[in-house]
Structures are given as C-alpha cells and as structure tokens.
Design a protein around this ligand. Structure first.
Ligand code: FNR
Length: 377
C-alpha cells in the first residue's frame, strides 16, 4: 500500500534501473544538502490554534490571476523521460486535472507546445540561459506563442553539480551505455520495454527547430556550459522578451531577494535544486524567514527542495511562503504509473495538507500564518 511519498520512493527504487533511480534521488557530493532539506523541515513544529471552525475548509489560492486548487505544484525536472517516456506529458496532464501548476524544464523531452496543450492548469516555462542566447530566445518565443503563463529563470546552475552517483554509473550525455549500464537496464524489463518503444530521450526544446538534430548533438549542446556571465542586469533583457510574470528560481540569500525586488521580478522560488548543486548550501526552509523579512508581501515567494508531505507545505506557508513545489515526489509517482501515479502523489499531498490544516485550526492557507512555528533543533 502506498500511503505516503516515502512509499512511492521505495517503489521507484525497486522498479527503476539503479542509475535512473540515482539520477532522480541523488544529490551533489556528500548529499549533505539533500539530507539537510528534509531534516530541517522535519525539525519544524507548528502549534495549532484551538476551537476554530474549519467546516468550510478551502486550500485554494490565487497566483498571477489564476486559481490553484492547493498551494503547491510541480517543479521542473529535466530528462524526465528516463523515468517514463513522455513523462512531461503524463505529469502535466495530472497536474492540470488536479488544478495545480506545472513548470516545464528547459531540459524537457516533450515539445513544449504539446505539454501546454496537455496541461489544463497554470503552465510555466523554466529557462536555463546558455552561452548561445539564440536558444533562450527560441524557447521564449515558442513559450510565449503557446501560452505559457510565466517564466522561471533558474539561477543555481552556472555549472553542473558534482553528482558522484551519476559519474560512478557512467551516466552522462550523450548516452552510450557500457556493459554495466546495460546489465542495470536489463534488470528492469518493464522499464526497458517502455524505453525501447520510445527511443532515446531528446532535448527537443533546446533546438531552434524541433527534431533538427541527433540526440548526440543535442546532448553536446546541453553540455556546452551555461552562460556564467549572466547577471542581474540580464533580467531587463528577459523582461524585454517576456510580457508575463518572471520568477527567479534558486535564490537562497536575503540580499538576492532584495535585488530581485529592485529588478522588478514578479516572484521567487527559494530553492537549492533539491540538494543537487551546492552541497554546502543551507536548507531552503532555514533561509525562508530571512527572505520573507525583506520581501514581505511585495511578491509571491515559493519554495522547494525536500518537500514530501502536506505538512511540509503547511510549514512553508506558516513561514510566509505562498506555496511549495515538488520535484522528486512527482518523479516517483511517474515511475509508478505515469499520469495516474502522478495524480496519486498530488492527491496524497493535497489530502495531507487538508488534514493538517484542520488539525491546525486553519480554514484557508492564509490562516496558517497564525500558527506558532518552532524548531526542535
Ligand atoms: C531537477 N531540478 C531542475 N530544476 C530546474 O530548474 N530545471 C531542471 O531541468 C531541473 N532538473 C531536475 C532533474 C531532476 C532529476 C531533479 C530531481 C530535479 C530541480 C527541481 O526543479 C527542484 O528544485 C527540486 O527537485 C526540488 O527538490 P525535491 O522536491 O526534489 O526534493
């Protein structure tokens, strides 16, 4: 029985080849940041308010003029087709049906036009800016024409994190599996069958013209380093290319929250990439209060990294966040049954959040701000 996200994770561990599971579940270097995210969330306690009428509970929020059924959504996960072919489409469909937002990765494997069509809910585009600005321009044009509602600029990958598990497995792009990886793949015939039918995942949204190049050439493009000259002034360049809201994902320092306000950014996603980048980074929940001290109510602040329970979402909102995003939890659901698996994961977290809110005496997400937040650390 899958009663929680941890159960989905264990099921993914036994149904995916080891290298795929480690690609999703792993973190950078010693995986300290990965562990810190969850440990710091778990250490927080919320003291409930008593004797409150919660009979008319609603988890809904409104963000940039769109209604979300609950204050959480799906974070961008690149190369998701190694978990399940057409993974972006499955996950976007499930999120849309649940009334939750979906963020599509630059490194996604389904054409962004198809994902936008599959997603009935709010759909945002995540952007990595590479040295070749033509690629960013092309994604921006396509995303705008297709009706993506917001742009999420990820800023915590000026260089790829040092993920030792991937290196040890020999999992790198372009993907040329050696004997060890082939054995690993053969150990999961069901997974192999799905993958064999679909063919090797391609980074279709990185190409100016869809399908214009081989998987190898695309992988080489991705490997070509990110644009490390990207600075705050470039937000103005993005602004000139994008009419809708612009969010910055990967901010951890309060002074960067101040910069974001200065440059007219519309929202933040406080993130350490789920512990996949800077291993000595703080957990996101630990820096959220300082960021909220600066931002106050001037723009929505979202958070991700380590969120596995509805109560984690409640904790973030009690600390001032507008909502949270889930990365790996969704990938684990996808591994267990495509769209249906993702729907189960999202439904589980929504139910947990509702129950937590009733127990806390909160009728709506805004009420969570009245809880007393403490830490057992
Ligand atoms: C990611 N993440 C990510 N973020 C991003 O902006 N663009 C991307 O392409 C990816 N790709 C990606 C792949 C995989 C396998 C994972 C697990 C994560 C980071 C993601 O959006 C999010 O910040 C974290 O996943 C949040 O942490 P949790 O929920 O996974 O603990």
């Amino acid at each position: 029985m899958r009663l929680n996200i941890q159960n989905f994770q264990l099921a993914a561990q036994s149904s995916l080849p080891r290298f795929v599971y480690d690609y999703v579940a792993g973190g950078a270097e010693d995986e300290l940041c990965l562990a810190r995210n969850q440990a710091d969330l778990q250490a927080l306690t919320l003291a409930p308010r008593s004797l409150r009428d919660t009979s008319a509970l609603s988890t809904e929020i409104e963000v940039f003029g769109r209604r979300w059924s609950a204050p959480f959504g799906v974070a961008p996960v690149g190369l998701i087709d190694v978990v399940r072919p057409r993974g972006d489409l499955h996950a976007a469909r499930a999120a849309g049906k649940a009334g939750l937002p979906y963020i599509l990765s630059t490194a996604s494997n389904s054409p962004l036009e198809q994902v936008r069509e599959a997603c009935a809910g709010p759909c945002w585009m995540q952007l990595y800016v590479m040295q070749d600005r033509g690629m960013a321009n092309s994604i921006l044009d396509r995303a705008r024409q297709t009706g993506f509602e917001a742009l999420v600029l990820t800023v915590d990958v000026p260089v790829g994190g040092y993920r030792e598990k991937d290196i040890r497995h020999g999992f790198k792009l372009p993907f040329r599996p050696g004997p060890r990886l082939l054995l690993d793949m053969a150990s999961q015939p069901r997974w192999l069958w799905h993958q064999a039918l679909a063919g090797q995942p391609q980074f279709v949204n990185l190409m100016p013209t869809e399908g214009a190049s081989s998987a190898q050439a695309q992988a080489a493009l991705l490997a070509r380093s990110m644009d490390r000259r990207l600075i705050w002034d470039d937000v103005s360049w993005l602004r000139s290319k994008w009419d809708g809201p612009v969010l910055i994902k990967g901010v951890l320092h309060p002074e960067d929250a101040r910069q974001a306000l200065h440059y007219g950014v519309d929202g933040l996603i406080v993130s350490n990439h789920g512990g996949r980048q800077l291993d000595c980074a703080p957990s996101t929940i630990s820096v959220l209060p300082q960021i909220m001290d600066i931002v106050k109510t001037q723009m929505p602040v979202f958070i991700d990294s380590g969120f596995r329970r509805g109560s984690d979402v409640a904790k973030a909102i009690a600390c001032g966040a507008t909502g949270a995003f889930l990365g790996r939890a969704v990938a684990y659901g996808l591994a267990q049954g495509g769209e249906q698996g993702v729907a189960q994961v999202l439904g589980l977290v929504a139910q947990e959040l509702e129950r937590t809110m009733v127990l806390l005496g909160a009728s709506c997400p805004a009420d969570l701000a009245q809880c007393l937040v403490s830490s057992t650390k």
